[in-house]
Write a protein that binds this ligand. Structure first.
Ligand code: NDP
Length: 244
């Protein structure tokens, strides 16, 4: 099945690195008019060199006023991937207020904010839309030293469900993907030690971590008309980790 997005404008947050960057490139190849948002300008310049049709937006999603100004300039969006996320991992007893706030500000509050701005535009345009929130298996499984991260992804899952409930009348579909470890810059920071990685991999029935492209394919499916009645779904991409 070939998935095309010709004539659609897609906004991808956190598109400077990792999964978000790979999604932006894939959407560009699929014919979408891509708006790639991130906060490090050099990352987006490199992306622009690879895909010259992509529009880049440098903004920190924690700056709500700056985000509103930036998004007002990109025009109506048909497809949104809320991908930007952070992981500040600390033992429960050591979690700092700064880490807790930064995690929730990025992984939950910024998703709410961007989605509200974009969904209002989708409603006003009247032609529906699709939103994919990038959650994690960490929303459903407690992981050592991941207090803020697991909690934020759990909150994101409920946000996804409420958005699905309230945006359906406007034909805006909302779903989430839940990968296990992907060796992006975020994944490498936590899981590069082979002995540590092996402990988690032995709990994954398929016996390995997930490739970036495998997450991208699931996101493209959820954005496309091929998933027209898939709404409020939580698609795990975990080689079976959560069945264990
Ligand atoms: P990376 O850290 O590799 O990339 C994240 C991107 O998001 C970077 O470009 C980063 O910019 C950007 N970003 C972060 N915060 C902000 C912000 N406030 N404003 C604008 N841009 C921001 O992460 P991954 O690609 O690994 O993760 C992407 C998503 O996938 C996240 O939501 C993550 O939680 C989720 N996920 C990742 C897994 C993994 O193992 N990698 C597993 C499961 C889920 P900059 O570098 O400039 O800060």
């Amino acid at each position: 099945m070939e998935i095309r997005f010709d004539g659609k404008r897609a906004l991808v947050t956190g598109a400077g690195k990792g999964i978000g960057r790979a999604v932006a490139v894939a959407l560009d190849k699929g014919g979408a008019q891509v708006v790639a948002l991130s906060r490090t300008g050099e990352d987006l310049e490199a992306l622009k060199k690879e895909c010259s049709d992509i529009t880049t937006v440098v903004v920190d999603l924690l700056d709500w006023d700056g985000t509103e100004v930036a998004l007002a300039g990109v025009g109506p969006v048909d497809l949104l991937v809320n991908n930007a996320g952070v992981a500040d991992n600390q033992p429960f007893l050591e979690v700092t207020r700064t880490a807790w706030d930064r995690t929730f500000d990025t992984n939950v509050k910024a998703v709410f904010h961007v989605s509200q701005l974009v969904a209002r535009g989708m409603r006003d345009k009247g032609s529906g839309g699709a939103i994919v929130n990038v959650s994690s298996v960490a929303s459903q499984r407690a992981l050592q030293n991941h207090t803020a991260y697991c909690s934020s992804k759990g909150a994101l899952d409920m946000l996804t469900k409420v958005m699905a409930l309230e945006l359906a009348p406007y034909k805006i579909r909302v779903n989430s993907v839940h990968p296990t470890v992907v060796m992006t810059p975020m994944g490498r920071k936590e899981w590069s030690d082979p002995s540590r990685a092996a402990v988690l991999q032995t709990r994954i029935p398929m016996g390995r971590f997930v490739e970036e492209e495998e997450v991208v394919n699931c996101i493209l499916f959820l954005l496309s008309n091929a998933s027209e009645m898939v709404h409020g779904a939580q698609l795990t991409i975990d080689g079976g980790l959560l069945v264990n």
